[in-house]
Write a protein that binds this ligand. Structure first.
Ligand code: ADP
Ligand code: ASP
Ligand code: MG
Length: 414
Protein backbone atom coordinates (compact mmCIF):
# COMPACT_ATOMS: atom_id res chain seq x y z
CA UNK A 1 0.00 0.00 0.00
CA UNK A 2 1.33 3.49 -0.77
CA UNK A 3 2.21 5.44 2.37
CA UNK A 4 1.56 9.16 2.51
CA UNK A 5 2.05 11.86 5.11
CA UNK A 6 -0.59 14.61 5.07
CA UNK A 7 0.29 17.82 6.93
CA UNK A 8 -2.31 20.48 7.72
CA UNK A 9 -1.30 24.03 8.67
CA UNK A 10 -3.01 26.38 11.11
CA UNK A 11 -5.66 27.80 8.78
CA UNK A 12 -6.67 24.28 7.73
CA UNK A 13 -7.54 23.41 11.35
CA UNK A 14 -8.68 26.88 12.45
CA UNK A 15 -12.14 25.79 13.65
CA UNK A 16 -14.31 22.70 14.01
CA UNK A 17 -15.75 22.92 10.49
CA UNK A 18 -12.25 22.99 9.06
CA UNK A 19 -11.16 20.10 11.28
CA UNK A 20 -14.15 18.13 9.94
CA UNK A 21 -13.03 19.06 6.42
CA UNK A 22 -9.53 17.76 7.19
CA UNK A 23 -10.99 14.53 8.57
CA UNK A 24 -12.86 14.06 5.28
CA UNK A 25 -9.68 14.65 3.25
CA UNK A 26 -7.81 12.08 5.34
CA UNK A 27 -10.62 9.55 5.04
CA UNK A 28 -10.68 10.07 1.27
CA UNK A 29 -6.97 9.18 0.98
CA UNK A 30 -7.47 6.11 3.15
CA UNK A 31 -10.50 5.04 1.13
CA UNK A 32 -8.37 5.38 -2.01
CA UNK A 33 -6.11 2.65 -0.63
CA UNK A 34 -3.31 4.62 1.04
CA UNK A 35 -1.78 4.22 4.47
CA UNK A 36 -1.85 7.70 5.97
CA UNK A 37 0.02 9.46 8.79
CA UNK A 38 -1.22 12.96 9.60
CA UNK A 39 0.72 15.91 11.06
CA UNK A 40 -1.11 19.00 12.28
CA UNK A 41 -0.27 22.53 13.40
CA UNK A 42 -2.03 24.48 16.10
CA UNK A 43 -5.18 26.43 15.17
CA UNK A 44 -4.13 29.61 13.37
CA UNK A 45 -3.29 32.42 15.78
CA UNK A 46 -2.80 30.07 18.73
CA UNK A 47 0.99 29.85 18.59
CA UNK A 48 1.32 33.63 18.15
CA UNK A 49 -0.82 34.11 21.22
CA UNK A 50 1.25 31.67 23.28
CA UNK A 51 4.51 33.29 22.15
CA UNK A 52 3.17 36.69 23.17
CA UNK A 53 2.25 35.44 26.63
CA UNK A 54 5.86 34.34 27.20
CA UNK A 55 7.29 37.58 25.82
CA UNK A 56 4.92 39.76 27.83
CA UNK A 57 5.94 37.99 31.02
CA UNK A 58 9.65 38.29 30.28
CA UNK A 59 11.31 38.96 26.91
CA UNK A 60 14.39 37.09 28.17
CA UNK A 61 12.40 34.02 29.25
CA UNK A 62 13.80 30.51 29.72
CA UNK A 63 13.38 28.93 26.28
CA UNK A 64 12.80 25.48 27.79
CA UNK A 65 9.69 26.84 29.52
CA UNK A 66 8.70 28.74 26.35
CA UNK A 67 8.65 25.34 24.61
CA UNK A 68 6.39 23.91 27.31
CA UNK A 69 3.93 26.74 26.63
CA UNK A 70 4.00 26.98 22.82
CA UNK A 71 3.90 23.23 22.19
CA UNK A 72 0.41 23.05 23.70
CA UNK A 73 -1.39 24.39 20.61
CA UNK A 74 -0.72 21.19 18.68
CA UNK A 75 -1.91 19.00 21.54
CA UNK A 76 -5.38 20.47 21.11
CA UNK A 77 -5.61 19.88 17.36
CA UNK A 78 -4.32 16.28 17.38
CA UNK A 79 -7.01 15.33 19.90
CA UNK A 80 -9.75 17.17 18.01
CA UNK A 81 -8.79 15.68 14.66
CA UNK A 82 -8.63 12.16 16.15
CA UNK A 83 -12.16 12.67 17.51
CA UNK A 84 -13.34 14.01 14.12
CA UNK A 85 -11.92 10.97 12.30
CA UNK A 86 -13.34 8.53 14.81
CA UNK A 87 -16.72 10.22 14.30
CA UNK A 88 -16.46 9.29 10.61
CA UNK A 89 -15.81 5.68 11.62
CA UNK A 90 -12.09 5.93 10.86
CA UNK A 91 -9.75 4.51 13.51
CA UNK A 92 -7.32 7.25 14.60
CA UNK A 93 -5.12 8.10 17.58
CA UNK A 94 -3.22 11.21 18.62
CA UNK A 95 0.58 11.21 19.16
CA UNK A 96 2.70 13.82 20.90
CA UNK A 97 6.37 14.19 20.01
CA UNK A 98 7.63 12.35 23.11
CA UNK A 99 5.31 9.41 22.57
CA UNK A 100 6.81 8.50 19.17
CA UNK A 101 9.53 9.70 20.05
CA UNK A 102 10.77 12.55 17.86
CA UNK A 103 14.19 13.05 19.41
CA UNK A 104 15.76 16.48 19.04
CA UNK A 105 18.74 18.38 20.43
CA UNK A 106 18.14 20.74 23.36
CA UNK A 107 18.35 24.06 21.46
CA UNK A 108 14.97 25.03 22.89
CA UNK A 109 12.68 27.12 20.65
CA UNK A 110 14.67 26.12 17.55
CA UNK A 111 15.61 22.50 18.17
CA UNK A 112 16.91 20.21 15.42
CA UNK A 113 15.51 16.75 14.85
CA UNK A 114 18.12 14.10 15.66
CA UNK A 115 16.14 10.94 14.97
CA UNK A 116 12.64 9.56 14.73
CA UNK A 117 11.66 6.02 15.52
CA UNK A 118 8.94 5.20 13.00
CA UNK A 119 8.14 1.73 14.39
CA UNK A 120 5.12 2.58 16.53
CA UNK A 121 3.63 4.70 13.76
CA UNK A 122 4.16 1.97 11.17
CA UNK A 123 2.60 -0.61 13.48
CA UNK A 124 -0.44 1.64 14.02
CA UNK A 125 -0.81 2.18 10.28
CA UNK A 126 -0.47 -1.53 9.57
CA UNK A 127 -3.39 -2.27 11.91
CA UNK A 128 -5.51 0.31 10.11
CA UNK A 129 -5.23 3.12 12.63
CA UNK A 130 -4.31 6.61 11.39
CA UNK A 131 -1.72 8.34 13.58
CA UNK A 132 -2.42 12.04 14.14
CA UNK A 133 0.91 13.58 15.10
CA UNK A 134 1.55 16.90 16.82
CA UNK A 135 3.74 18.98 14.54
CA UNK A 136 6.35 21.47 15.78
CA UNK A 137 7.36 19.46 18.86
CA UNK A 138 10.02 16.99 19.86
CA UNK A 139 11.68 15.74 22.99
CA UNK A 140 15.29 16.22 24.08
CA UNK A 141 17.57 13.42 25.29
CA UNK A 142 16.76 14.37 28.88
CA UNK A 143 13.04 14.13 28.30
CA UNK A 144 12.06 17.79 27.98
CA UNK A 145 9.61 19.12 25.40
CA UNK A 146 11.27 21.02 22.56
CA UNK A 147 9.91 22.99 19.60
CA UNK A 148 11.42 23.08 16.14
CA UNK A 149 11.22 26.80 15.28
CA UNK A 150 8.24 28.71 13.88
CA UNK A 151 6.61 26.91 11.00
CA UNK A 152 8.21 23.71 12.34
CA UNK A 153 5.25 21.44 11.60
CA UNK A 154 6.49 21.28 8.01
CA UNK A 155 9.74 19.82 9.35
CA UNK A 156 7.83 17.35 11.53
CA UNK A 157 5.93 16.16 8.46
CA UNK A 158 8.99 15.73 6.25
CA UNK A 159 11.00 14.06 9.03
CA UNK A 160 8.18 11.61 9.65
CA UNK A 161 7.85 10.95 5.92
CA UNK A 162 11.57 10.11 5.86
CA UNK A 163 11.31 7.94 8.99
CA UNK A 164 8.41 5.83 7.72
CA UNK A 165 9.71 5.91 4.12
CA UNK A 166 6.51 7.50 2.83
CA UNK A 167 5.92 7.72 -0.91
CA UNK A 168 4.77 11.36 -0.61
CA UNK A 169 4.54 14.22 1.84
CA UNK A 170 1.54 16.42 1.08
CA UNK A 171 1.62 19.83 2.78
CA UNK A 172 -1.92 21.26 2.86
CA UNK A 173 -2.14 24.99 3.38
CA UNK A 174 -4.24 28.06 2.52
CA UNK A 175 -2.79 28.60 -0.98
CA UNK A 176 -2.96 26.01 -3.76
CA UNK A 177 0.77 25.75 -4.40
CA UNK A 178 4.13 27.45 -4.53
CA UNK A 179 4.04 30.72 -6.46
CA UNK A 180 6.68 32.95 -8.02
CA UNK A 181 6.16 35.15 -4.96
CA UNK A 182 3.67 35.46 -2.12
CA UNK A 183 0.32 35.64 -3.97
CA UNK A 184 -1.04 37.80 -1.15
CA UNK A 185 1.45 40.54 -2.04
CA UNK A 186 1.44 40.11 -5.82
CA UNK A 187 -1.92 38.88 -7.13
CA UNK A 188 -0.31 38.32 -10.55
CA UNK A 189 2.13 35.79 -9.08
CA UNK A 190 2.22 32.52 -11.07
CA UNK A 191 1.82 29.06 -9.63
CA UNK A 192 4.85 26.84 -10.25
CA UNK A 193 4.05 23.28 -11.24
CA UNK A 194 7.51 22.20 -10.06
CA UNK A 195 10.38 23.83 -8.23
CA UNK A 196 13.81 22.41 -7.41
CA UNK A 197 14.81 21.62 -3.82
CA UNK A 198 17.63 24.10 -4.07
CA UNK A 199 15.48 27.01 -5.21
CA UNK A 200 12.81 26.23 -2.64
CA UNK A 201 15.49 26.02 0.04
CA UNK A 202 16.81 29.47 -0.86
CA UNK A 203 13.32 30.96 -1.16
CA UNK A 204 12.31 29.52 2.22
CA UNK A 205 15.52 30.67 3.87
CA UNK A 206 14.93 34.24 2.72
CA UNK A 207 11.34 34.35 3.90
CA UNK A 208 8.91 32.43 1.63
CA UNK A 209 6.87 31.03 4.52
CA UNK A 210 5.02 28.50 2.42
CA UNK A 211 7.58 25.89 3.57
CA UNK A 212 9.88 26.03 6.57
CA UNK A 213 13.55 26.09 5.55
CA UNK A 214 14.67 23.06 7.52
CA UNK A 215 11.83 20.98 6.11
CA UNK A 216 13.16 21.58 2.60
CA UNK A 217 16.69 20.79 3.76
CA UNK A 218 15.49 17.51 5.25
CA UNK A 219 13.47 16.63 2.14
CA UNK A 220 16.50 17.27 -0.05
CA UNK A 221 18.71 15.11 2.14
CA UNK A 222 16.30 12.17 2.26
CA UNK A 223 14.74 12.56 -1.17
CA UNK A 224 11.22 13.12 0.22
CA UNK A 225 8.79 14.24 -2.50
CA UNK A 226 6.86 17.26 -1.23
CA UNK A 227 3.63 18.51 -2.71
CA UNK A 228 2.18 21.84 -1.51
CA UNK A 229 -1.59 22.06 -2.04
CA UNK A 230 -4.73 23.66 -0.66
CA UNK A 231 -7.01 22.00 1.87
CA UNK A 232 -9.86 24.15 0.51
CA UNK A 233 -9.61 23.43 -3.24
CA UNK A 234 -9.51 19.99 -4.82
CA UNK A 235 -6.69 20.45 -7.34
CA UNK A 236 -3.06 19.43 -7.76
CA UNK A 237 -0.49 21.61 -6.06
CA UNK A 238 3.20 22.29 -6.68
CA UNK A 239 5.92 19.66 -6.44
CA UNK A 240 9.37 20.17 -4.95
CA UNK A 241 11.69 17.92 -6.94
CA UNK A 242 15.31 17.28 -7.91
CA UNK A 243 16.91 19.76 -10.32
CA UNK A 244 17.11 17.05 -13.02
CA UNK A 245 13.31 17.08 -13.22
CA UNK A 246 13.17 20.81 -14.03
CA UNK A 247 13.21 21.31 -17.77
CA UNK A 248 13.12 25.09 -17.93
CA UNK A 249 15.82 26.60 -15.71
CA UNK A 250 14.67 30.15 -15.00
CA UNK A 251 17.18 32.91 -14.32
CA UNK A 252 14.91 34.15 -11.55
CA UNK A 253 12.14 31.77 -10.51
CA UNK A 254 10.96 33.55 -7.39
CA UNK A 255 10.97 36.67 -5.26
CA UNK A 256 10.71 36.51 -1.47
CA UNK A 257 10.58 38.97 1.38
CA UNK A 258 11.14 38.81 5.09
CA UNK A 259 10.21 41.28 7.78
CA UNK A 260 11.58 39.02 10.49
CA UNK A 261 14.99 40.68 10.60
CA UNK A 262 16.34 43.65 12.49
CA UNK A 263 19.37 45.71 11.54
CA UNK A 264 22.11 46.26 14.10
CA UNK A 265 24.97 48.73 13.64
CA UNK A 266 27.99 48.96 15.90
CA UNK A 267 29.51 52.41 15.50
CA UNK A 268 33.24 52.99 15.63
CA UNK A 269 34.57 49.52 16.31
CA UNK A 270 38.37 49.16 16.55
CA UNK A 271 39.83 48.02 13.21
CA UNK A 272 42.11 45.16 14.22
CA UNK A 273 42.30 41.39 13.75
CA UNK A 274 40.02 39.33 15.98
CA UNK A 275 37.22 41.88 16.39
CA UNK A 276 34.74 40.05 14.15
CA UNK A 277 35.65 36.75 15.79
CA UNK A 278 34.83 38.11 19.26
CA UNK A 279 31.63 39.79 18.13
CA UNK A 280 30.11 36.98 16.09
CA UNK A 281 31.51 34.33 18.44
CA UNK A 282 29.59 35.87 21.35
CA UNK A 283 26.40 36.14 19.30
CA UNK A 284 26.72 32.49 18.28
CA UNK A 285 27.15 31.47 21.92
CA UNK A 286 23.92 33.31 22.66
CA UNK A 287 22.22 31.30 19.82
CA UNK A 288 21.65 34.50 17.85
CA UNK A 289 21.76 33.82 14.11
CA UNK A 290 23.40 36.53 12.06
CA UNK A 291 22.48 36.89 8.40
CA UNK A 292 23.74 39.82 6.32
CA UNK A 293 26.99 41.54 7.34
CA UNK A 294 28.76 44.68 6.07
CA UNK A 295 31.74 46.54 7.40
CA UNK A 296 32.79 50.07 6.42
CA UNK A 297 36.16 51.54 7.24
CA UNK A 298 35.89 55.13 8.43
CA UNK A 299 38.50 57.85 7.89
CA UNK A 300 39.54 57.72 11.56
CA UNK A 301 40.66 54.09 11.41
CA UNK A 302 37.57 52.67 13.15
CA UNK A 303 34.87 50.68 11.38
CA UNK A 304 31.09 50.55 11.42
CA UNK A 305 29.77 46.98 11.51
CA UNK A 306 26.22 46.44 10.29
CA UNK A 307 24.48 43.08 10.41
CA UNK A 308 21.02 41.59 10.66
CA UNK A 309 19.62 39.26 13.30
CA UNK A 310 16.18 37.71 13.73
CA UNK A 311 13.81 40.32 15.19
CA UNK A 312 12.88 37.90 17.93
CA UNK A 313 16.56 37.59 18.90
CA UNK A 314 17.14 41.33 19.27
CA UNK A 315 16.85 41.32 23.08
CA UNK A 316 19.40 38.46 23.36
CA UNK A 317 21.66 40.19 20.83
CA UNK A 318 21.69 43.39 22.89
CA UNK A 319 22.76 41.45 25.98
CA UNK A 320 25.51 39.68 24.02
CA UNK A 321 26.76 42.99 22.60
CA UNK A 322 26.89 44.50 26.06
CA UNK A 323 29.09 41.56 27.16
CA UNK A 324 31.71 42.41 24.52
CA UNK A 325 31.51 46.20 24.73
CA UNK A 326 34.83 46.47 26.53
CA UNK A 327 36.64 43.94 24.34
CA UNK A 328 35.48 45.65 21.13
CA UNK A 329 35.55 49.22 22.36
CA UNK A 330 32.67 50.33 20.15
CA UNK A 331 31.02 53.69 20.62
CA UNK A 332 27.33 52.85 20.34
CA UNK A 333 24.80 50.27 19.15
CA UNK A 334 22.04 51.35 16.78
CA UNK A 335 19.13 49.01 16.08
CA UNK A 336 16.43 49.28 13.43
CA UNK A 337 13.66 46.67 13.32
CA UNK A 338 11.80 48.52 10.52
CA UNK A 339 13.60 46.77 7.66
CA UNK A 340 12.60 44.25 5.00
CA UNK A 341 14.85 41.84 3.18
CA UNK A 342 13.90 41.30 -0.45
CA UNK A 343 15.50 38.46 -2.41
CA UNK A 344 15.44 37.06 -5.93
CA UNK A 345 16.26 33.38 -6.43
CA UNK A 346 16.91 31.20 -9.48
CA UNK A 347 19.21 28.35 -10.49
CA UNK A 348 19.68 30.01 -13.89
CA UNK A 349 21.75 32.70 -12.11
CA UNK A 350 24.68 30.30 -12.17
CA UNK A 351 25.00 30.78 -15.89
CA UNK A 352 23.60 34.30 -16.34
CA UNK A 353 25.41 37.45 -15.25
CA UNK A 354 23.76 40.78 -14.48
CA UNK A 355 20.90 39.73 -12.22
CA UNK A 356 22.09 41.94 -9.35
CA UNK A 357 22.49 44.92 -11.68
CA UNK A 358 18.93 44.49 -13.03
CA UNK A 359 17.64 44.21 -9.51
CA UNK A 360 19.38 47.37 -8.30
CA UNK A 361 18.19 49.31 -11.35
CA UNK A 362 14.56 48.27 -10.80
CA UNK A 363 14.77 49.39 -7.17
CA UNK A 364 16.49 52.68 -8.00
CA UNK A 365 13.77 53.47 -10.55
CA UNK A 366 11.30 53.34 -7.64
CA UNK A 367 13.60 55.45 -5.48
CA UNK A 368 14.14 52.60 -3.02
CA UNK A 369 17.38 52.90 -1.11
CA UNK A 370 19.41 49.70 -0.58
CA UNK A 371 20.92 49.43 2.92
CA UNK A 372 22.74 46.08 2.80
CA UNK A 373 23.37 43.56 0.01
CA UNK A 374 24.23 39.86 0.15
CA UNK A 375 24.49 37.21 -2.54
CA UNK A 376 24.87 33.48 -3.00
CA UNK A 377 25.29 31.40 -6.15
CA UNK A 378 21.55 31.42 -6.88
CA UNK A 379 20.29 34.40 -4.84
CA UNK A 380 20.63 38.16 -4.42
CA UNK A 381 19.19 39.82 -1.29
CA UNK A 382 18.86 43.48 -0.36
CA UNK A 383 17.78 45.15 2.85
CA UNK A 384 15.41 48.12 2.44
CA UNK A 385 13.17 50.20 4.71
CA UNK A 386 10.15 48.09 5.71
CA UNK A 387 7.71 50.60 4.19
CA UNK A 388 9.00 49.69 0.70
CA UNK A 389 8.46 45.94 1.07
CA UNK A 390 5.47 45.55 -1.24
CA UNK A 391 6.67 48.08 -3.79
CA UNK A 392 10.06 46.36 -4.00
CA UNK A 393 8.59 42.85 -4.34
CA UNK A 394 6.20 43.99 -7.10
CA UNK A 395 8.93 45.88 -8.94
CA UNK A 396 11.24 42.86 -8.95
CA UNK A 397 8.48 40.43 -9.88
CA UNK A 398 7.70 42.56 -12.92
CA UNK A 399 11.34 43.29 -13.74
CA UNK A 400 12.20 39.57 -14.01
CA UNK A 401 9.17 38.79 -16.19
CA UNK A 402 7.33 36.74 -13.57
CA UNK A 403 3.95 38.47 -13.73
CA UNK A 404 1.24 36.02 -14.73
CA UNK A 405 -0.10 37.80 -17.75
CA UNK A 406 3.27 38.75 -19.21
CA UNK A 407 5.22 36.50 -21.55
CA UNK A 408 8.71 35.46 -20.32
CA UNK A 409 11.47 37.88 -21.27
CA UNK A 410 13.07 36.71 -24.52
CA UNK A 411 16.61 35.43 -24.47
CA UNK A 412 16.80 35.29 -20.68
CA UNK A 413 15.87 31.66 -20.30
CA UNK A 414 12.74 32.87 -18.51
P1 ADP B 1 0.43 27.03 7.18
O1 ADP B 1 -0.20 27.60 8.39
O2 ADP B 1 -0.49 26.18 6.37
O3 ADP B 1 1.74 26.37 7.45
P2 ADP B 1 1.82 29.38 6.24
O4 ADP B 1 1.17 30.69 6.56
O5 ADP B 1 2.97 28.95 7.06
O6 ADP B 1 0.68 28.27 6.22
O7 ADP B 1 2.29 29.36 4.70
C1 ADP B 1 1.36 29.67 3.67
C2 ADP B 1 1.51 31.12 3.28
O8 ADP B 1 2.78 31.33 2.68
C3 ADP B 1 0.55 31.60 2.21
O9 ADP B 1 -0.67 32.00 2.78
C4 ADP B 1 1.29 32.73 1.53
O10 ADP B 1 0.83 33.99 1.97
C5 ADP B 1 2.72 32.57 2.00
N1 ADP B 1 3.71 32.54 0.92
C6 ADP B 1 4.88 33.23 0.92
N2 ADP B 1 5.57 33.03 -0.20
C7 ADP B 1 4.84 32.17 -0.97
C8 ADP B 1 5.05 31.57 -2.24
N3 ADP B 1 6.14 31.82 -2.96
N4 ADP B 1 4.09 30.75 -2.71
C9 ADP B 1 2.99 30.49 -1.99
N5 ADP B 1 2.73 31.03 -0.76
C10 ADP B 1 3.64 31.87 -0.25
N1 ASP C 1 2.20 26.17 15.24
C1 ASP C 1 3.60 26.41 14.93
C2 ASP C 1 3.79 27.83 14.45
O1 ASP C 1 2.84 28.57 14.33
C3 ASP C 1 4.16 25.45 13.96
C4 ASP C 1 3.56 25.49 12.57
O2 ASP C 1 2.47 26.03 12.38
O3 ASP C 1 4.19 24.95 11.65
O4 ASP C 1 4.90 28.24 14.21
MG1 MG D 1 3.67 27.12 7.80
Amino acid sequence: MPKIVMKFGGTSVADLDRIRNVARLVKKQRDAGNEVAVVVSAMSGTTNHLVKLCNDLNPLHDTAEYDVVVATGEQVTIGLLAIALQSLGTPARSWQGWQIPILSDDAHSKARVDSIDGQKLLAAMARGETPIIAGFQGVSADGRVTTLGRGGSDLSAVAIAAAIKADRCDIYTDVDGIYTTDPRVVPRARKLEKISFEEMLELASVGAKVLQTRSVEMAMKHGVRIQVLSSFADKPGSLVVGEDEIVEKLVVSGVAYSVDDAKVTLRRVADRPGVAAILFGRLAEAHVNVDMIVQNLGADGTTDMTFTVGRGDLAQARVALEDVREALGYQEVLTDPAVAKISVVGIGMRSHAGVAARMFKALSERNINIQVISTSEIKVSVLVAAEYKELAVRALHTCFGLDGDEPPAAGEGQ
